[in-house]
Design a protein around this ligand. Structure first.
Ligand SMILES: *[C@@H]1O[C@H](CO)[C@@H](O)[C@H](O)[C@H]1NC(C)=O
Ligand SMILES: *[C@@H]1O[C@H](CO)[C@@H](O)[C@H](O)[C@H]1NC(C)=O
Ligand SMILES: *[C@@H]1O[C@H](CO)[C@@H](O)[C@H](O)[C@H]1NC(C)=O
Ligand SMILES: *[C@@H]1O[C@H](CO)[C@@H](O)[C@H](O)[C@H]1NC(C)=O
Ligand SMILES: *[C@@H]1O[C@H](CO)[C@@H](O)[C@H](O)[C@H]1NC(C)=O
Ligand SMILES: *[C@@H]1O[C@H](CO)[C@@H](O)[C@H](O)[C@H]1NC(C)=O
Ligand SMILES: *[C@@H]1O[C@H](CO)[C@@H](O)[C@H](O)[C@H]1NC(C)=O
Ligand SMILES: *[C@@H]1O[C@H](CO)[C@@H](O)[C@H](O)[C@H]1NC(C)=O
Ligand SMILES: *[C@@H]1O[C@H](CO)[C@@H](O)[C@H](O)[C@H]1NC(C)=O
Ligand SMILES: *[C@@H]1O[C@H](CO)[C@@H](O)[C@H](O)[C@H]1NC(C)=O
Ligand SMILES: *[C@@H]1O[C@H](CO)[C@@H](O)[C@H](O)[C@H]1NC(C)=O
Ligand SMILES: *[C@@H]1O[C@H](CO)[C@@H](O)[C@H](O)[C@H]1NC(C)=O
Length: 434
């Protein structure tokens, strides 16, 4: 008894002492209901917790990343960091948040990154996978982010300066940070927030299990008419198991939802995508000698508008690529409107012609794919083609099943291409290869 009382006192003392290190930082005990209510630390789903607040930024250049890090440390192990409504918190330093264990971040205000390109290009976390860099990374266990606030990547300057470069160009060295990254994390949930103008991909989940996004709005747009908000994917993943995305809206100019190597057990429901490159499995099989897989994906109730692609699977072929499998992928109840290529399966990715694809067929086996109840219109960019399934000659591409497909091009035609697929696909189609 005596001993534990002492431990308790000691820990209270240390948590009371440390606020003095940070101007304006506060820790409110879970029992102080009135104060918690007064500052907006309330959520109908989650019980009150020890709640930490930090001072907001006074202006666009008032970097509070030290305060933010302090707040995260104080809220770790059972507490909550509250970022208050109508306040902006500017983050101007890279942050390693991989020490988390049972933390909530209630984001009601705005978390905004500085756009000092010189700084971020010299200070970031780098991942060799598609040469990705990030402002910060979140890792550990039981991480919940929720609220009605905004995570703002402040991307315009990045879009402007990147303009003219290509992310897949091997000579490109103009790297742009990803807005939200988890690495080595278990049980992560993100709910209710808006993710605005990421300089590059919006979410990248790495080595993460049990991650969910619900009721999130992702928006990336450029106000400079001559440049795009390029490569602002909604979701990408690498080595992720149990990945849920529900009730999410994405309006961007690249992939909406795109699991990458070694992602399994994917569940997507009520995903709306506007102006995107689609809900795209892969690409996988890119890196020479490496085995990749994507399996067990169930996606339903998707609305895909004004896109380059709708439902898409892509695996690399060519000399010097990798291998692997993509299996058990279902797209069901999907509305696709005004989209260049509503349904695409491309086993000759990236950008190689049929001669080369025949010479170096993909070594990613694609099997057990269902496209069921998919309706709407193409944009007409590909003529009457509404479904384009192109497998590599001599590759494994089987048990691909289309049913209840009602897609039409603007002139009323609807051509379905099926190249090098083993067996019937359930609907009449044209093979250009035979
Ligand atoms: C941007 O960051 C660089 C390098 O850290 C620094 O020298 C410079 O003062 C910063 N610029 C602004 C406008 O803050
Ligand atoms: C991953 O996180 C766990 C704790 O959640 C830690 O024990 C482990 O060392 C971390 N692994 C890596 C590779 O960082
Ligand atoms: C738009 O971006 C281009 C390319 O970076 C740049 O030259 C131009 O100044 C930008 N326009 C505005 C209004 O910022
Ligand atoms: C979808 O994007 C188009 C531009 O392509 C835009 O005009 C439209 O307002 C967007 N739809 C919604 C509901 O935001
Ligand atoms: C993906 O999984 C395969 C098979 O388990 C493994 O060989 C490969 O190293 C994994 N890839 C990554 C990037 O971890
Ligand atoms: C296929 O994936 C679904 C959804 O992820 C899963 O429920 C089902 O068990 C998987 N089927 C097989 C044969 O693995
Ligand atoms: C599918 O979307 C429709 C229209 O948005 C909605 O009414 C319905 O509840 C959704 N179904 C499921 C299973 O969520
Ligand atoms: C692909 O399928 C072929 C034929 O069944 C098999 O030999 C090969 O091992 C499979 N490749 C992978 C990566 O599973
Ligand atoms: C296909 O691509 C290869 C390699 O880039 C090139 O050598 C060949 O001429 C191309 N063939 C056709 C028919 O375009
Ligand atoms: C294709 O899917 C339809 C509808 O889900 C089903 O009735 C049919 O048996 C499937 N065909 C094959 C070859 O699996
Ligand atoms: C296909 O869609 C068109 C246009 O939305 C509709 O008029 C038609 O009834 C649909 N056909 C079937 C078989 O559902
Ligand atoms: C495919 O076309 C043939 C000949 O036009 C027709 O008899 C058959 O019903 C069609 N099958 C399907 C699944 O639409």
């Amino acid at each position: 008894m005596k001993f534990s009382a002492f431990v308790l006192l000691a820990s209270v003392a240390s948590s009371l002492a440390s606020p003095h290190n940070i101007l304006g930082g506060r820790i409110i005990p879970a029992s102080d209901k009135d104060e918690l209510k007064a500052i907006g630390a309330y959520h109908q789903k989650y019980p009150d917790r020890r709640t930490v607040t930090i001072r907001p930024s006074r202006n666009e250049n008032d970097d509070v990343s030290d305060d933010f890090l302090w707040g995260i440390q104080q809220a770790n192990y059972g507490g909550r960091l509250l970022l208050e409504k109508d306040k902006t918190y500017v983050i101007g330093k890279k942050l390693d948040l991989t020490f988390l264990n049972d933390i909530e971040v209630q984001l009601e205000g705005e978390l905004k990154f500085t756009n000092n390109i010189t700084y971020w290009q010299a200070n970031n976390f780098y991942y060799s996978f598609q040469k990705s860099i990030t402002f910060w990374r979140w890792g550990g266990e039981d991480i919940k982010i929720f609220g009605k606030g905004t995570m703002n990547g402040n991307g315009q300057k990045w879009y402007d300066e990147f303009s003219g470069s290509q992310i897949l160009d091997p000579d490109n060295t103009f790297y742009r940070p990803i807005l939200f990254v988890t690495d080595n994390a278990t049980r992560v949930s993100v709910e209710g927030i808006t993710q605005l103008n990421s300089p590059c991909w919006t979410n990248f989940l790495i080595r993460t299990d049990d991650v969910s996004f619900d009721d999130v709005y992702i928006h990336a747009f450029s106000t400079n008419a001559s440049v795009d908000a390029a490569n602002t994917d909604g979701f990408d993943s690498l080595i992720v198991d149990n990945f849920r995305v529900t009730n999410v809206r994405v309006d961007n100019g690249d992939d909406c939802f795109s699991p990458k190597p070694n992602t399994s057990n994917i569940f997507v429901q009520n995903l709306w995508c506007n102006n995107s490159h689609g809900v795209s499995m892969g690409s996988i099989g890119e890196y020479s000698g490496e085995y990749d897989f994507i399996e067990n994906a169930y996606m339903e109730n998707l609305t895909l508008l004004n896109g380059q692609n709708g439902a898409r699977l892509k695996a690399w072929a060519g000399p010097d690529v990798g291998y692997g499998r993509m299996t058990n992928i279902t797209y069901r109840n999907v509305e696709i409107q005004n989209t260049d290529s509503p349904i695409v399966l491309d086993q000759c990715y990236f950008d190689i012609n049929s001669t080369e694809c025949a010479e170096y067929p993909s070594q990613v086996n694609i099997t057990n794919v269902i496209f069921d109840n998919i309706w709407g219109t193409s944009s007409g960019k590909e003529g009457e083609i509404v479904v384009d399934l192109t497998c590599s000659p001599n590759a494994v591409c089987s048990n691909i099943n289309l049913s209840r497909i009602n897609l039409t091009s603007p002139d009323g035609g609807s051509e379905i291409i099926c190249d090098n697929i083993e067996g019937s696909i359930g609907v009449n189609c044209t093979s250009t290869s035979s």
